[in-house]
Design a protein around this ligand. Sequence first.
Ligand code: AR6
Length: 175
Amino acid sequence: MTEIKAICGDITKDHGVMAIVNAANTSLLGGGGVDGAIHKAAGPELLEECRQFHGCPTGQARLTKGYQLPASYVIHTPGPRWLGGHNSERELLADSYWNSLQTALDHQIASIAFPSISTGIYHFPLREASMIAVSTVKRFVDRYPDAFSQIVFVLYDDKTRHMYDRAIRQVFLAA
Ligand code: AR6
């Protein structure tokens, strides 16, 4: 059984998970928002490790260590920038969640925290993003029910937390 929940908080703090996901950009060299907060909390070694990838395509994922973060690992995924909805934004956002979970599974990482990928600087509409996030997590745990003990959405503000709570109720109760 996988516990799935949404909480309000800062993903760089200790949430008792092995890995946190970073809403990165395709350079993987840091930025603002949650990406900036993760690099600041992890320390400069994180950037050094990220350099070796020479970037990452949107929707894919790359694993690094967590350095000074409470979590042992960071999974970096560039989500899509919202460009009006006709540029495969929905599919790419689902890919970011799916490939982050697949990367964790491939490395025996059993607990993971996600931020709300793409709904900040990348302007993906929040309601739709929350439904895509939670539906993709459900598809993954339906396929791999023993992979994760815990999947947590760590959301920075109440409005976002509220939206993910609603999506969790909708997606899981409809099952
Ligand atoms: N913990 C949890 N969530 C956070 C934190 C935090 N410490 N800080 C911000 N958020 P964003 P994006 C929330 O903009 O839209 C970067 O420059 C934030 O309130 O971080 O995917 C990258 O390098 C929002 O709800 O990511 C890219 O260039 C959510 O995290 C670009 O931004 C995502 O907002 C990616 O944009």
